[in-house]
Design a protein. Sequence first.
Length: 393
Amino acid sequence: MATITTESMALEFASPESLGLDPGMLDQIEQLMISHVEDGHYPGGQYAIARHGKLARVYTVGNTTIGDSPAPASDSTLWLLFSQTKVIVTSAIWRLVDQGALRFADQISDHMPEFSRNGKGEITVFQLLTHQGGFPSAQVPSEAWTDHELLRQVVSDFTLDWTPGSRVHYHGTAAHWVAMALVEAITGRDYRDYVREEILEPIGLSDQIFVGAPEDVQGRCSDIHAFEDNVMVATDLNTIEWRAAGAPGAGGYATAHGMAAFYQMLLAGGVLNGTRILSPRVIQFASRNHTGDRVDHGMGMPMHRGIGPHVRGFQVPPAELEGVLLEHPGISDAAVIGKLDDESGEIPKAFVVRSPDSEVSDADVMAFVAGKVATFKHIREVEFIDAIPKNAS
């Protein structure tokens, strides 16, 4: 039912234990996937987990098609990425910024003058990629998927739903069509070629990740399925045209281990297999939470938008942990900050003022918080001080 191989992997394998991972937990993931397939939740799937630049596990289960003769999935199967496509294509923008061909503060119309139509002339690259462009409902017709002269005209004709920059609202596909028209305007190259040649090929992922699947690899693409009246059926996303289009907001295909390697490249500051394609500086800037706790009106909650990716990790509201800390009878005041950490990126650190006669220890503080919040919110470091400063002086 499943395959585990090392063929064409961009990362070397290492034991889960050597990477600080619990193999028993990984086994549980695999058993869950098997049960999901057996219970009919989906025909097949694949997962990969990597850490410290090494693969701990790749697991593939089930089939890529349904019907009387379903095709079995393998470790080389390509799966539709949906919004994971966004971070791949956005890395092309980051590369142009690295090269000095573009700035995040640039107006799109600086490079594509016709984009200024319909009041869009002042929209910046930053606003576009943090979902503040103002045209979340705009659509690109299928005729423009591969006719990129038409694509440029279509996105230039987009109309605004609201003033750019005035709100955060998830642009499911529209923003990234604009971003790739921008890449083409600057480079003179089809954005699919640019992503393949400048991003994926140098780091050995051009056979594992595709933004626009050519005919000779379409046989590796898994079908996408949905339920209609409790019956699993194939969707309209299984066409040759859709797979070849490489829709930049939702149309990429990849193996799970290929995506794990791509994210390891980002975590390593832009390097994979000894080849650098991005600078640490541009990744650090692009992966910040640029929208803070502003509500994303498309999602109904804060989404912490980076310049391309949706960033999470140890981004914990300090006030939440401070409130928990102040419930402890041995603590009279507290403040929490994010502290940079080589392994995790950022960890919550607490500054604690003990109550009179309190002998609460750092271990007591961490255990108290751990009993009240999710694991990723646990306090990782405690420093005791006499008073919490209340102003900048």
